[in-house]
Design a protein. Sequence first.
Lengths: 145, 384
Amino acid sequence: MTESTLLPHIDETNAPFWAGCREGVLRIQQCPQSGRLMFPPRPLNSWEPRTPPVWREVSGRGHIWSVIEPHPPLMLNFSELAPYNAIIVALEEDETVRLVGNLVPAAGAAINRIDFDDIAIGAAVQVVFEKIDDDITLPRWVLTN
Amino acid sequence: MIKDRTAIAGIGQTEFGKKLAPSELQLACSAVLNALDDAGIDRSEVDGLASYTQESNSEVELARNLGLGDISWFGQVGYGGGAGPGVIGNLAMAVASGQCSVGVAWRSRKRASGAVRRPWSKSHSALTEDIAANYTRPFGVIRPVDEIALLTQRYLHEYGATRDHLANVALAQRRYANNNPAAMMYDKPMSRDDYMAARWIARPLCLFDNCLETDGALAAVIVSSERARDLKQPPVYIHAFAQGFHAQHQTMQNFFCEDPLRGPAWVAAKKLWQQSDIQASDIDVAQIYDAFTPLIPLSLEGYGFCARGEGAAFTEGGNLEPGGALPCNTSGGGLSEAYVHGFNLITEGVRQLRGSAINQVDNAQTCLVTGGEGVPTGALVLRR
C-alpha cells in the first residue's frame, strides 16, 4: 500500500488535473487569450492575471528532459522500491512545460523496472496512468517508437 | 547605495560536529558572544538582529538570553541556503540607513542531530504548503538531492560535463578542509578513487556530492564603516549586495520555468555587478554556496566567471584550488567544513580579507560570497 503522506494534496485549484488523470487524460492549464500553457496548476493565469486560466487536454506525448536514480536513505515506501527512476518530461505542445514522473515498461508496472543506464534524454514518451486509490491516479510514462 | 558604508567588524562560531550537547539556542548565543568579543563591542550596544526564516531561535529568545537591551530593527530572509547573503545585506542596509547601529546576524542549526531538522522529511504538511511538491514527491523526487540531481543530469547532458568535474569540486574543497582543524572533514583525506567509489544518493550524484550534516552556529557583527575602522579587527567592507529570483521560479524544484539551467544566480549577479565597482574578473577568492557540487559550476556561470556551459570546464586545472584562478570555498565549505546554511562561507570570506584564513589566498582584496543556486538567492562582494 502506498504511504499516503507522499500522495498529492487535491484542492479546488488542482482538482481538474487529478480528475483528468482518473479519466485517463492529461489536462494542463492554459491562458485563453495567448494559448500559452502553465504548470504546475495555480489559481491565477500567470500570462493574463485578470483572466482565469482554462483547462486544456494535451496529447500526453513528450520527450525525456532529465533522469535520476534515487537511492536510500528515502521515505519508507520509496526505500522499498529503490533504486528506481524518476524523469522529467517536456511536453510536445510546449517543451518548456515539464512534468516529473517515472518511466515504466507498461501501465501499472513498478517504477524500478527500467534501469537508469537504459534511459536516454531526448527519448520520446507517452503518458499512461496508474490508479493508486479512489482519489489518486498518477501519470507515468512509457517509451514510444 | 550601501557601497562600502558598512563593514563586518566581528565574526564568531561554535565548534562544528554531530550531536553536540548544547541546544540550538545555546549554540546561537555562543556564536553571537564570540562575534561581539571578536569585534570588541559590548552586547549592550546591539540594536539590530537578523537571521533566516528557517532559524528556530527567535530574535526575542536570543535577546532575552543574551541580556540584550532595546532592539530597534530585526528581520529574516527566507529560502534556506539562499538566505545568507540576504541576511547580511539586509542588516547592512538597516545599519546604513540608521535603523540600527550595531547589527548581529546569526544562524544556528543542529542538522546532525536527527531527521527532524530536515525540512523535506516533514512530508505530511509539505504537500499542502508547497504547491510544486504535489507534482514531484508522489514520483519519488523527495529530497533536495533528488531535485538538484535532475538539474545536474540535464546539465551533464547539455554541456558534455562528467562526474570528474563534480569530483574536481569535491576534492578541491576536501583539500582545504584537510588543512582546517575546525572542519568536520579535517582528518579525512579523499582521493578521486574514493569519490568515484562512493555510494549513489541520487544518481548522477554520489555521497560526496552532498554537503555535510552539521551541528553548529555562526554569527557576524555589522556596524558603519566609520565605526569599524576604530575597532579591534581590520574592517571587511560590504561593497555590494543583491538578491534575486527569475520569472516562474519554483524553489528547489526549478524545472517548471523556461530555462532551468539559468537559475536565480543569474538575476542576483546582474544586480550585484551593477552595484559593484569590483567585477567578476577582479574577484580574488570566492565562497560559493555548495549544498551540492553541481551548484559550483552553475554558480560560476551565473556570476559570470565563465560563459554558460563552461562552469564544469572551469573546475579543471586546479582553478578552484590554492593558487588557482579562483580559489573557492577555502575553509572546505558546506561539503567539507560544515553545513550551516552557508554562514561559514560568510565568515571565511571575512577571514580571507583580514588575512587570517587558514588557507590564506595571498593578498586577497576582494571576495564574492553567494547563497544557494536553485532557490531565491543573494550575493555579497566583500573587500578589505
